[in-house]
Write a protein that binds this ligand. Structure first.
Ligand SMILES: [Fe+2]
Length: 525
């Protein structure tokens, strides 16, 4: 029999309709989830809700959200279904989830106990029997890993390729909500571009309200004729939505007297239809608006409006988090500056030591490929490393000659005072290890340092960086007891003790950084 290779058009059409129906069902389900999530403003409640929804969506028995702690090289279970007191932390290199984080890949395992990478420790704690696992990294905009999602035991069979795709989409949503990450402009841009694709419009924009100027300004826009613009809040559809807090779906802009044509006149763009929804915070205050323009070959539907409204809740949380974060960050950094200035005030000769050590430490970290967040943590610890000198008598700190054994014992105490004072400060989230990173800066790899005589692997890597930056700064600056040494001589001293006292890779990175800086200075002058 001759096989008929021609495609039956009726069957093809039926298949197409079927695919569309499935996609439509998925979109509906997604909107439903986003709505549920959007309605919940309390972040502590929100994470469990998201995780429960993801489990349901992927038909998994359990799911866990891990956040990455770079300094401790650990993954913390932020939320684990079925575990009320969720205090699990695992070493970054451990388990399937660890592999997923390190490789930035989704890992799909059919039978956990047959996989050598599987870490059965959590099962032992919880009494749960893991079978199948789907683990996915959560990446931020800079493609840095910030955590991971782990789904356990698919109820109906094994996790599929399609599940991998779905979990990838969801982990993207995670970072976009700003719940566990700082939102920024590129994140807003990704959202707007997603809006444009989903609603099939020509242009999408996210506007924020500038209360002082009484204006709306774009923080992200995408598509045809997209430009960063500022509009008066008293004008046009976007202004009206911002003022009233109510969505507007305008099928024919030029036939609507509320539409302001001046932007079209400036940009040369022809607006046909507009869908505009407010972005409100939990008190119902409007923070901004999302605007979609010119649906391709059509007008916007109620489903488009529902989709934008569902998204706007997530955007509001991200915006509020961003504003709150900026405010807190400003306050935190100003406290640090005051603290650093107070160490400087004690001794004009060593003034600037903490800032210089910070600059070198961050320079080393940059050479070694540290990310922005790690550089920030290191910078804070470096700035405060000698804070305890405030508690040391001036006559010892400023003594021109050699210190007696008793005076040396006394000066050693500055690290204890640094640790004790910093331990009393509240360091939030990522900065929580700052006190001990700062306080161990006189420890040496071979255990010859003080205060505890820690050895190589017991000293945090960030501390090893501060130690090298500290010694280099001290050697190349004038002291009460000696003149400044040239950088070349300081490197000789550091290199002599590389591998025994100082980490060789850190010394090499400082040298690279230093000569690069010198080269740049020479070019500039
Ligand atoms: Fe010190």
């Amino acid at each position: 029999m001759i096989k008929d290779n021609t495609v039956n058009p009726v069957i093809a059409l039926q298949e197409q309709i079927c695919t569309l129906e499935i996609e439509n069902e998925q979109l509906k389900r997604f909107i439903e989830i986003e709505k549920k999530i959007g309605g919940e403003r309390n972040i502590d409640q929100l994470l469990p809700l998201i995780m429960t929804e993801i489990s349901k969506f992927l038909d998994a028995d359990r799911s866990t959200l891990f956040l990455l702690n770079w300094e401790g090289m650990e993954l913390w279970a932020k939320f684990a279904q079925g575990l009320e007191a969720c205090n699990i932390s695992i070493k970054m290199k451990m388990g399937i989830v660890g592999v997923s984080v390190l490789t930035k890949q989704i890992i799909n395992v059919a039978n956990a106990y047959e996989d050598p990478r599987f870490n059965a420790e959590i099962d032992e704690i919880t009494g749960f029997k893991t079978q199948s696992i789907l683990a996915a990294p959560i990446l931020d905009n800079g493609n840095e890993v910030i955590g991971a999602i782990e789904l356990l035991n698919k109820k109906s069979g094994l996790f599929t390729k399609e599940d991998e795709h779905k979990v990838k989409e969801h982990t993207l949503n995670f970072s976009e909500t700003g719940l566990i990450n700082r939102p920024d402009k590129s994140q807003a841009e990704a959202l707007v571009s997603e809006i444009r694709e989903t609603t099939q419009c020509q242009r999408g924009s996210l506007f924020l309200i500038d209360q002082h100027q009484g204006e709306l300004f774009t923080i992200a826009s995408d598509g045809l004729g997209a430009k960063d613009i500022r509009l008066s809040i008293n004008l046009g559809i976007a202004g009206l939505v911002a003022m009233t807090g109510k969505s507007l779906n305008i099928p024919d802009a030029y036939a609507d007297s509320r539409f302001d044509m001046s932007t079209d006149q400036i940009t040369g763009y022809r607006t046909h239809c507009i869908l505009c929804v407010p972005v409100k915070n939990q008190n119902g205050e409007v923070l901004g608006v999302i605007e979609a323009m010119n649906k391709k070959n059509d007008i916007f539907t109620d489903a488009d409006a529902e989709y934008l409204e569902a998204l706007s809740s997530g955007i509001a949380i991200a915006l509020e988090n961003a504003m709150l974060f900026q405010e807190q960050d400003r306050q935190f950094k100003s406290i640090l500056e005051v603290m650093a200035a107070s160490i400087d005030a004690k001794d004009p000769l060593t003034a600037g030591h903490s800032e210089n050590v910070t600059q070198y430490a961050v320079g080393i970290a940059d050479e070694l490929g540290f990310g922005e967040i790690e550089q920030d943590i290191l910078g804070v610890a470096a700035l405060l490393h000698d804070y305890g000198k405030l508690g040391i008598d001036d006559y010892i700190l400023k003594k021109p000659g050699r210190l007696t054994a008793k005076e040396y014992e006394c000066i050693k105490q500055h690290v204890v005072i640094t640790r004790d004072i910093l331990n009393k400060m509240h360091f939030s989230r990522q900065y929580r290890n700052v006190p001990f990173i700062a306080a161990y800066h006189h420890e040496r790899l071979d255990g010859s340092g003080y205060l505890e005589g820690l050895k190589s692997e017991e000293i945090p890597f960030m501390t090893k960086i501060i130690a090298v930056a500290d010694v280099f700064e001290a050697l190349t600056s004038e002291r009460h007891y000696r003149d400044a040494l040239p950088a070349e001589r300081a490197f000789e001293i550091l290199e002599q003790d590389s591998g025994t006292m100082y980490d060789a890779s850190v010394v090499a990175a400082l040298k690279k950084y230093w000569y690069r800086q010198q080269g740049q200075d020479r070019i500039q002058h």
